[in-house]
Ligand binder design. Sequence first.
Ligand code: GTP
Ligand code: MG
Length: 197
Amino acid sequence: LFASTWDFRHAANTLEALPPPDGVEIALAGRSNVGKSSLINALTNRNALARTSHTPGRTQELIFFSSNAPLTLVDMPGYGYAKVSESKVKAWTRLIHDYLRGRVNLARVFVLIDARHGLKTTDDAVLKTLDLSAVVYQIVLTKADEVKKAELERRIAETKEKIARRPAAFPELIVTSSREGTGMEELRATIAQILAE
Ligand code: GTP
Ligand code: MG
């Protein structure tokens, strides 16, 4: 699955511009700068397949990546704070929600949460959209290399508790660091499992 070559396939900044649904789609959502694009690169073993930046607001469209496997990975613009105009943020927010609500071949959404900060109120809107449309989502903690073990354990426990009663939340979290490669095998195995379902 991840041994093959991954390529950019499509970019869309409106619902009308989405590619026709084809095979299984898995999307990465999360606040701006949480590490969505970096995670795509780490997963696919590519340095610069998805464009990353330390300035929040780098990814400005839905970006579709595919390989010869029947799987498309979708990098999304971040929500919450971004160093761009308010109108852009509004347009992205709408696109994110419309896409998450209506995409028929969306098999799972990984909702990325910074291991330093945990779930924030800005994440609630997206979790709510996913709960309402019954799209299964799974929390992926990112930047685990930035926190000490005890803090990480606290964050895991606190996050599990916060999602426990959410209807579409997958109960298990995945802890990752794109910088150190932590959690990549677990994430790849999870994706392989989703494809096998
Ligand atoms: P937007 O597209 O702006 O929403 O951001 P994004 O979620 O795609 O984040 P991106 O992958 O561009 O990464 C944002 C910043 O976090 C960059 O400076 C990355 O180098 C850094 N970063 C990403 N993953 C990790 C990680 O595992 N550990 C650490 N320490 N930094 C990371
Ligand atoms: Mg990005």
